[in-house]
Design a protein around this ligand. Structure first.
Ligand SMILES: [Zn+2]
Length: 128
């Protein structure tokens, strides 16, 4: 068993787990980093699985706009569903849906921001 030591490995970024390979493989198929022997270390699983989906974007572009807006507010963001898009170019549009996920403690604020992005309104409320 070997594993990819790259902290920025696409597999790690996308799936939250370190890529493992059979001994016959020399480099990571995700990022091309030379593999190191042994099983992948098991870090404390991050708050990852506790993320709450706050928005379903129609496409990656919209998801990234929202992510940028959320990160500006200091909210950590995970985009899920992207891998699907990169892998296959001819999926029907319905399969390209991308979920924007944040830790639950940020969910309320994040939803507001996402909605503001959607409507294109500034974050300040305008007086009626
Ligand atoms: Zn890798």
């Amino acid at each position: 068993m070997k594993h990819c030591p790259n902290q920025d490995c696409e597999n790690l970024v996308r799936h939250g787990s370190i890529a493992e390979f059979f001994d016959i493989v020399d480099v990571c198929t995700d990022c091309g980093t030379p593999l190191v022997p042994g099983e992948a270390p098991r870090p404390e699983p991050p708050t990852y699985r506790e993320l709450e989906t706050i928005y379903q974007a129609a496409d990656g572009t919209q998801a990234h706009l929202i992510r940028a807006a959320l990160e500006e507010e200091g909210i950590p963001v995970n985009i899920s569903g992207e891998a699907l898009m990169g892998a296959v170019g001819e999926l029907p549009a319905t399969m390209l849906q991308v979920e924007v996920q944040v830790p639950p403690e940020f969910a309320v604020r994040a939803r507001e921001i996402a909605l503001q992005c959607e409507t294109g309104r500034p974050s300040k409320k305008t007086p009626d």
